[in-house]
Design a protein around this ligand. Structure first.
Ligand code: PNS
Length: 160
């Protein structure tokens, strides 16, 4: 049986932390579906098509990873792709409460879906998409924090 993990998020933009989590997920699952949330109530910096393209550039040629956009409930989308687990990253205690609530709600919606928390590489634990956006907005150097394609997209968004 093929074990499928779903790794959902906003990925606005994808960071090296996301890439690290995707690669770690491959140790647990045969296939990983990276699922980009389309949230009509949020105003993302990058449209979903661009986030998907940046994720593809970040992960590169990895046949066991696919990228999809989804709208609505994660639990329903996970079921539609045959995923048996949701992967989420835990960087610090501050992530825990929200993640715990989400995991329990997703379990209520889809009891067979397990949430698995992975810890990113130590040197990436402080990294978040919102910090990367902020650094880029004020002209700071994001090289090393994101794939060069993402750094280019941020420079285009925030010309200095
Ligand atoms: O990268 P993020 O913003 O922390 O990701 C949050 C995300 C997209 C995983 C979460 O908001 C989500 O699953 N949204 C889909 C809607 C849904 O299922 N909400 C109920 C989850 S309890």
């Amino acid at each position: 049986m093929t074990r499928i993990a779903i790794y959902p998020g906003s990925f606005d933009p994808p960071t090296k932390g996301h890439e690290d989590l995707i690669r770690r997920s491959l140790a647990l699952a045969d296939r990983v579906v990276v699922a980009v949330a389309v949230n009509p109530s949020k105003q993302p910096l990058f449209p979903v098509a661009e986030r998907l393209a940046m994720l593809r550039a970040t992960v590169g040629d990895e046949p066991r990873v696919s990228f999809e956009a989804f709208e609505g409930l994660l639990a329903e989308f996970a079921e539609s792709v045959g995923a048996s687990m949701v992967v989420r990253g835990l960087r610090a205690v501050s992530d825990f409460e929200y993640e715990f609530q989400m995991a329990l709600m997703n379990r209520r919606l889809h009891p067979a879906l397990e949430t698995v928390f992975l810890v990113p590489a130590l040197d990436l634990t402080y990294l978040s998409s919102s910090l990367v956006r902020e650094v880029a907005r004020f002209g700071g150097d994001v090289n090393g924090l994101v794939h060069p394609a993402v750094a280019d997209a941020l420079s285009a968004r925030y010309p200095q």
